[in-house]
Design a protein around this ligand. Structure first.
Ligand code: SF4
Length: 439
């Protein structure tokens, strides 16, 4: 079992799906910087594309995503029209530079749109950009998974699917506003396998209202039985001031910090015990899955989609709130679908904010990513010196070892990885409260 040091987890820290994080983005970094970054993409550089569908047919109480109800067909239609126009605009700027190797659809729920619209989107992306047999992945809500969608996954050749499971316990599902019987998940998995999907990810959660260790054991066991190739075990972040829909969650039933820690540790032990390779601090993958191979080979990366085997340094996001990442720039589109569509209708790229990365920020980003992905990193003397007072607190508990320019996390330091990485964050003063708990 991991050692528990509550004081070391008290400080809220980001999930570091980028560095600097989106909280640092500024309105004065926008379209001109984005266009400049597109212009700098080398002709044959691998490109990753992300498409955000900010709609769901059923809204869950715990949700912290940028999504709304998909109950008005004209709203969906005009959003899809705007997406198409944005794809064309970006492709126009690129003029054939870059080769698309990945296309990811997330949300929201991509299967909130009609299968035919999904086919049209894939077709548009692969014809407007230069593409080389891209790996296509899609997030799926099993509650609204129709047979026509399964047939479409096969036709399009989708290789990877991520399924929002969260928990297999009925009572917990009701407590978080996401009822979906076990049989529904099992049916979806069978459907994905029949459709030729090679890698199925389950998103699971701990820290849910009323959740017990037994619930974690049950959900982990069912995930293994159903043959999940990958599992992401996230801690529920209760931030009702930021996400008003979370006010429907009974906050009095939320596990305390000590129980959350035990739940995360139990999940880790069970998946590793079942033969899964630990990937970063909260993902697991079966040996042979591309994510496990990347973790073992030291090529694991972290981007806005979490831990990934995607090695591309150029990620272009489409749709409301989508983030694009380049070596020296991060930019985000308008967060809400309304202003996003208005920008497109006016013939403008919908970029709203961002941040540039100079060589100092790139060095910090590299150390943070390496610590989270590989558990070790090298830092230059100046950077290490600045981080040292904060790092020493973890070193005193033998959670991190520092020798010369080398920083290495101890095997049992995984739950502290984000907190240790935060020691290299130049934007994060101690005591800041903008983020969720470290565990
Ligand atoms: S399906 Fe996912 S994105 Fe949609 S409301 Fe539920 S948690 Fe949020």
């Amino acid at each position: 079992m991991w050692p528990y040091h509550p004081a070391l987890l008290e400080r809220p820290v980001p999930r570091y799906t980028s560095y600097p994080t989106a909280a640092e983005f500024r309105a004065d970094v926008g379209t001109p910087a984005f266009v400049e970054a597109l212009d700098a993409i080398p002709a044959r550089a691998p490109l990753s594309l992300y498409v955000h569908i900010p709609y769901c047919h059923e809204i869950c109480s715990y949700c912290g995503c940028n999504t709304g109800r998909a109950n008005r067909s004209h709203r969906l239609a005009s959003y899809l029209e705007a997406l198409g126009a944005e794809i064309d605009m970006v492709a126009g700027h690129l003029s054939g530079r870059g080769v698309v190797s990945r296309i990811a659809f997330g949300g929201g729920s991509p299967n909130a749109i009609a299968p035919l619209d999904f086919v049209r989107l894939v077709d548009r992306l692969t014809t407007r950009f230069r593409a080389s047999a891209p790996v296509i992945s899609v997030e799926i809500d099993p509650r609204t998974l129709e047979r026509s969608w399964l047939a479409t996954l096969r036709t399009v050749g989708v290789q990877r699917v991520s399924l929002g499971v969260q928990t297999f316990d009925d009572a917990l599902q009701h407590a978080i506003g996401r009822p979906q019987p076990d049989s529904m998940i099992a049916r979806a998995v069978d459907g994905f396998r029949d459709a030729g999907v090679a890698s199925i990810n389950f998103d699971l959660m701990y820290g849910l209202p009323g959740q017990t260790i037994t619930d974690i054991e049950h959900s982990a066991a069912r995930s293994v039985e159903l043959g999940a190739d990958r599992v992401a075990l996230f801690g529920y972040a209760h931030l009702p001031a930021m996400f008003p829909r979370q006010r429907r969650i009974d906050a009095t039933a939320l596990p305390d910090a000590a129980l959350r820690f035990r739940q995360a540790a139990t999940g880790h032990e069970l998946f590793v015990g079942a033969g899964y390779v630990p990937v970063g601090f909260d993902h697991f993958a079966r040996p042979g899955d591309a994510l496990a191979i990347a973790a073992c080979a030291g090529t694991l990366r972290r981007n806005f989609q979490g831990f990934t085997d995607d090695g591309s340094r150029h990620l272009i996001g489409f749709g409301a709130s989508a983030i694009s990442e380049f070596p020296t720039l991060l930019v985000q589109n308008e967060k809400n679908a309304g202003p996003y569509r208005e920008a497109i209708v006016a013939g403008r790229l919908p970029v709203a904010r961002g941040i540039g990365r100079d060589r100092h920020e790139i060095a910090r980003a590299r150390v943070i990513e390496q610590l989270l992905c590989a558990g070790r990193a090298r830092a230059d003397r100046q950077l290490l010196q600045a981080a040292r007072p904060a790092l020493d607190i973890f070193a005193q508990e033998n959670l991190v070892h520092i020798a010369d320019d080398h920083i290495e996390l101890a095997a049992e330091a995984l739950p502290y990885a984000r907190s240790i990485a935060a020691c290299f964050d130049g934007h994060r003063p101690l005591g800041e409260k903008r983020f969720s708990n470290a565990i």
